[in-house]
Ligand binder design. Structure first.
Ligand SMILES: Cc1ncc(C[n+]2csc(CCOP(=O)(O)OP(=O)(O)O)c2C)c(N)n1
Length: 558
């Protein structure tokens, strides 16, 4: 069929099942944005107020719907603005397609100073994606969009990129549209290693599973639950893995609980996790353990991690193969031990006030299938350990990227992708400043979203660290707008409170109201939660329990 590159783009996106496209128009994209009219109402063009929001929204959408998120931005400054969202999606293994404009094909790499020209734009896009290409003809546009979806639906879910110069969007050519990309059969684990891993697990006295976000990405939550129950193994979930097993399950533990059980483990099965603490090292020492790694990405099982058996495979296929190979095993129930570890975790968390009380209010107000989008703010950090998660994909964090300001725009993508669900975004007054213009996007598209801003008039976390390190602080004071008036200026209801009880009332009425709303919470400095996230910088009170009581297997081997 004869069509322009822009039409090939719009129609192939529709063929791939895309229903929402987050982007901002501009001259290099005109032939693409105009062609979107041909695919109405199948593809909704959602237009935020900054390109960073376009990529954050695509990420939030992808992480909570399980469908790829798609964003489109002009070249140069447009793509530069979108990079922080793509970097966050990369860190959090989120399948996002970024369509980037380019300067005209004949000028690429020439340095003529054309509108939006930056040197090595393709390299920039490559640095935050697992796959990226530049289309040279309309036919290539369709083929590369299709290839992008093959990439999005296979292997390690991560962002992909496609650059299309304006002359290619405008050119007419013969184009074959393709049927939607189908996910290839998931990679099965190697038989010999699977047999050995099953043997190790069979022999283990106290196996522990460490589960990451790859479990949810592979749809392996049920396989994880079954294997954990078969083994009676505590399941420690990484921050990105929260929700892989409900925190109500009697074997579920947060990362903090991992510190208690890992040292006693004799086999650790790491599944769908990088198993890295952000410093390139494993989270905890498990000195007596043999390690089994199950991951779709060889690099995530390598290098700084303890040596072990490596199963390069899809998490679901791998867990199911291990369960089959293992067969029935006789195990003592570990529920009481896990409950004791959880009680200890709760004692640690009780020290972190008022964060814990605010998190309790959030948990009690948000239904199990509602989504909490966290941020780099005091209550957000504490959510890592103080916010129970009951369903997959219901706690969103920026992962190792630690992207301040990602939260509110990301939550817009979550809410737009999940119209029937409650979505709450928590922000500090600092981080909210990165995206507050998106109140206009909330007012325009009216998603079911409550935005909470904890206002301490400071970059509070930085201030506390400065004071601890230097006994003074630099550049951390904020001068805030009146957030309630700001919401009003955008046509949104706002409310100001100053306590957990006040938040409860305001949040529950905002959720009942159904539309976008803002709640400002006046707070002051809060205690540091970091010792509960990254290692014990101060001694835990009380000392951690030994989950095994008398570790019989340890005595036997010592
Ligand atoms: C993109 C980005 N810029 C800067 C930082 C550094 N940073 C981390 S936390 C923080 C302060 C956050 O302040 P606020 O949002 O008000 O939250 P609070 O700690 O006061 O609760 C800053 C500046 C970052 N992590 N990411």
């Amino acid at each position: 069929m004869q069509m322009t590159g822009g039409q090939a783009l719009a129609r192939q996106l529709a063929a791939e099942g895309v229903t929402d496209l987050f982007g901002i128009p501009g001259v290099q994209l005109d032939w693409a944005t105009d062609a979107l009219n041909d695919v109405q109402p199948r593809i909704r063009f959602v237009v935020p107020r900054h390109e960073q929001a376009a990529s954050y929204m695509a990420d939030g959408y992808a992480r909570t719907t399980g469908r790829p998120g798609v964003c489109m931005v002009v070249p140069g400054p447009g793509l530069l603005n979108a990079l922080s969202g793509l970097a966050t999606a990369y860190a959090c293994s989120s399948p996002v397609l970024c369509i980037a404009g380019q300067i005209p094909s004949t000028a690429i790499g020439k340095g003529w100073g054309l509108l939006h020209e930056v040197s090595n734009q393709s390299g920039m896009l490559a640095s935050v994606t697992k796959w990226s290409r530049l289309a040279r003809t309309p036919a290539e546009v369709a083929a590369l969009v299709h290839q992008a979806f093959v990439e999005l639906r296979s292997g390690h879910p991560r962002p992909v990129g496609l650059e299309i110069p304006p002359d290619v969007l405008q050119a007419r050519g013969d184009v074959s549209l393709l049927a939607a990309a189908v996910a290839p059969a998931p990679a099965a684990p190697p038989a010999a290693e699977t047999a050995t891993a099953a043997q190790w697990l069979r022999e283990a006295g106290f196996p522990v599973v460490y589960a990451g976000g790859g479990v949810m990405a592979a749809g392996a939550c049920e396989a994880l639950r079954k294997l954990a129950e078969q083994l009676q193994a505590p399941v420690v979930m990484s921050d990105n893995g929260r929700g892989a097993l409900s925190d109500r399950h009697p074997l579920a533990l947060i990362n903090l609980g991992g510190r208690v059980v890992l040292p006693h483990a004799d086999v650790v099965l790491v599944v769908g996790s990088r198993f890295s603490n952000g410093m390139g090292r494993p989270h905890y020492d498990a000195p007596h353990a043999r390690y089994i790694y199950l991951n779709i990405e060889a690099g995530d099982m390598a290098d700084s991690r303890p040596d072990g058996l490596r199963l390069l495979a899809d998490a679901r296929t791998g867990l199911e193969a291990l369960a089959d190979e293992l067969g029935p095993v006789q195990r003592p129930l570990r529920h009481a031990q896990v409950a004791a570890v959880r009680a200890w975790c709760n004692e640690q968390i009780a020290w972190i006030e008022p964060q814990r009380s605010y998190l309790q209010v959030l948990r009690e107000s948000i239904p199990d299938d509602g989504v909490l989008v966290s941020e780099l703010t005091q209550v957000g950090y504490a959510a890592h350990f103080g916010y129970p998660v009951h369903r997959a994909r219901t706690l969103i964090t920026p992962g190792y990227q630690g992207t301040l300001g990602y939260g509110f725009p990301t939550s817009l993508g979550v809410a737009i992708g999940n119209p029937g669900r409650v979505v709450v975004s928590i922000n500090g007054d600092g981080g909210f400043g990165w995206g507050l213009q998106e109140l206009a996007t909330a007012a325009r598209y009216r998603p079911n979203l409550v935005v909470v801003v904890f206002a301490d008039q400071a970059f509070g976390n930085v201030r506390r660290m400065h004071n601890n390190a230097f006994q003074r602080e630099t550049g951390t004071e904020l001068h805030n707008p009146d957030f309630v008036k700001l919401a009003d200026a955008f046509g949104l209801p706002g409310n100001r409170v100053d306590s957990p009880a006040g938040l409860r009332t305001a949040l529950q009425s905002a959720i009942a109201g159904g539309g976008p709303a803002l709640i400002e919470v006046a707070v002051s400095a809060m205690p540091s939660p970091w010792h509960l996230i990254y290692g014990f910088s101060k001694a835990p009170r009380p000392a951690p329990p030994n989950p095994l009581g008398e570790p019989a297997w340890m005595r036997a081997t010592s």
